[in-house]
Ligand binder design. Sequence first.
Ligand code: BG6
Length: 470
Amino acid sequence: MYRKELKAFPEGFLWSASTSAYQVEGAWNEDGRGPIAIDLKEDMPEGTSDFKDGVDHYHRFKEDIALMAEMGFRAYRFSIAWSRIIPDGDGDINQAAIDHYHEVIDELRKHNIEPIVTMFHFDTPAALEAKGGWAQRETADAFVRFSEILFKEYGEKVNYWLTINEQNMMILHGPTIGVFPADTTEQQLNQYNHNMFVAQAKTMAMLHEMHPQAKIGPAPNIAYVYPASSKPEDVIAADNYNAVRNWLYLDLAVRGEYNSLAWSIMEEKGTTPEIADGDMEILKSAKPDFIAFNYYNTATVADAPFGGGASERSEAADQQISEGEEGIYKAVSNPNLGMTEFGWEIDPVGMRMTYRAIWDRYHLPLIVTENGLGAFDKLTDDGRVHDDYRIDYLRQHLEQTQEAISDGVDVLGYSPWSAIDLISTHQGIAKRYGFIYVDRDEFDLKTLDRYRKDSFFWYQELIKTNKLPA
Ligand code: BG6
């Protein structure tokens, strides 16, 4: 559908950008923070730094928020570190951490920036992981308790809450992200998934009870899946992967039910989770106010008969490079798309399709909580990063966002990844996403000074005028 005129971004659109605590904060062992499972991981991919120092946002948050305010942010999406608030996950509350996040939120409010708070972004407290992690209902209960503490402390100051970041990527690519060991079985993963959904559902209902003015939603990574061709078997494969990658997660979060196709695939494999009495009622009781989703690109798949191989690129599989699975779908490259320097396909039009598909299924307002380009940025002698490639990427995705708005999709805001450079999940600081450059390398913290990239000024202009710069 081609349009001569697109609808404008709505008034009050939440122009924002995102980070997550363990990737940006640093100060990993300060002020009582307990370790997270990822801190204890010993096998970081060669040549990539760990997360311990991040980009020192914990100490420099005022400077960073001032830069966000200079860009004109209406919102900032960040996560609150569970193991700062409760160092062992389910025991004593750490007042220093409670105070810290009050300061962060107050600083944002001072600049008229709306906080969008993620409660859990990959950072399971190590002490809970040692007791069995998400396999245990105790971890789900501990998360609910953590949420209650957050709502009591910050519920009057925070209007937008995100429960769990990319639960689907944790389940599908846990070892690559570093959240689960490589030998975790599918049955275990499906149980973790179920336990997380029960925890999330309780949390959503609790917020509505405690703070009716506040809104809450899930934040999965949604990527529309294309068939490799019009061959009917390829279309079935795409439907399979849409079910197991996307709709399983949103059907549980929004409708409180298992997607029947995804469930049948688990049944076929004998990996269905155990469902305790009352769980399905709990899942049904949760009513998210919006759907937040992270979008980087689409996936393309072909028919996958047994014995035919599962993927063209499985050795590189991660959040955006599909793995494939014989009998279900075969991951293939899409010859119509370009790629980032890190091998992620780039598909702005696919974002419009993803908006449409989510909206058609659920009819809830949408917020994009991640979208962005990881690149090897270079700081030049003029103290800038000339990241026209990032501006192009963001512009194209925002053009498609405007197309989606014109198609009738209700979009509340756009919060790309990332507000500031931070440590990638498995590819170090070299894979930069920010509007703000941070002077550090993989193993040399250098000055940690902040620099405005060209994209910083581009985003500033966009927010000021509420339209894409010419
Ligand atoms: C998402 C995560 O998967 O993508 C972020 O929510 C992550 O935490 C982002 O950083 C980009 O992925 P990566 O692997 O390049 O860091």
